[in-house]
Design a protein around this ligand. Structure first.
Ligand code: HEM
Length: 216
């Protein structure tokens, strides 16, 4: 019996770095934490934005279904997205210092939050915590908050035009991952459309810090 306990304990010690410790273990991930600022836009503003991009309950349903398809492929999806950013010099610049040297520690830490963002986008319940974290992500792309979370020494500000523009490559490259499932072409279309609308809503919300007060 003692031998069995020893074997189980040893296995746990060896494997523990590979067992996911959950969201709390993701460096810099503060969704739902008290420290988070309240978003300057309201849940009513969000409803109007959803209506403007024709986002419905059906889209929310398809996003939820997409999680099971995307979760086992999350690392590969990140490889694709990081592959695009890494091979596009004017985008890689935002992860690099003034001399153009990419900060691999920064890239690695953001990657973990990016994976969590896939799940948060699929599971979103569009409540005040969700809205506040949208604001936080926007601030983190802007000079108001960029680099602070990871203590990075990269370029201090991401130009707003690229934040919205990245909606297209992020959602277009998702297609083959959605197709890697038992869903019909029509259902995959529905999932992809829901992703396009959700990422568009989010990237628009993230630009709030880029606007003069009252202009957003
Ligand atoms: C649709 C557009 C975009 C999506 C979906 C996206 C997604 C994300 C996510 C999920 C995070 C982590 C948020 C967190 O801290 O929890 C993040 C951070 C970051 N993203 Fe984006 N992003 C977009 C546009 C861009 C663009 C155009 C760039 C330019 C290369 C960029 C560069 C960065 C950087 C440098 C960080 C780290 C910011 C910091 O905390 O210092 N992102 N992004």
């Amino acid at each position: 019996m003692r031998k069995l306990i020893r074997v189980v304990c040893c296995c746990f010690i060896v494997l523990s770095p590979f067992v996911s410790a959950g969201k709390d273990a993701i460096p810099g991930y503060t969704y739902g934490k008290k420290s988070i600022m309240t978003a300057p836009y309201t849940l009513d503003d969000l409803e109007k934005l959803k209506a403007t991009v024709l986002f419905t309950e059906d889209d929310a349903k398809w996003l939820r279904k997409s999680r099971k398809v995307l979760e086992p492929q999350a690392e590969k999806i990140l490889d694709t997205w990081y592959g695009f950013v890494g091979s596009t010099p004017h985008l890689l610049a935002y992860f690099s210092d003034a001399k153009g040297k990419p900060d691999s520690r920064y890239l690695g830490r953001v990657r973990q939050r990016f994976i969590q963002w896939i799940y948060d986008t699929a599971d979103a319940n569009y409540d005040q915590n969700w809205l506040n974290y949208q604001y936080e992500i926007g601030v983190r792309h802007h000079r108001k908050g960029k680099n602070k979370t990871d203590n990075a020494r990269a370029i201090k500000h991401i130009h707003g035009r690229y934040v919205v523009a990245l909606t297209y490559p992020v959602t277009a490259t998702l297609r083959p991952f959605l197709e890697n499932s038992d869903y019909s072409a029509k259902e995959i279309d529905a999932m992809q459309q829901a992703w396009i609308k959700s990422v568009l809503i989010q990237s628009i919300l993230w630009t709030e810090p880029y606007f003069k007060k009252g202009d957003f």
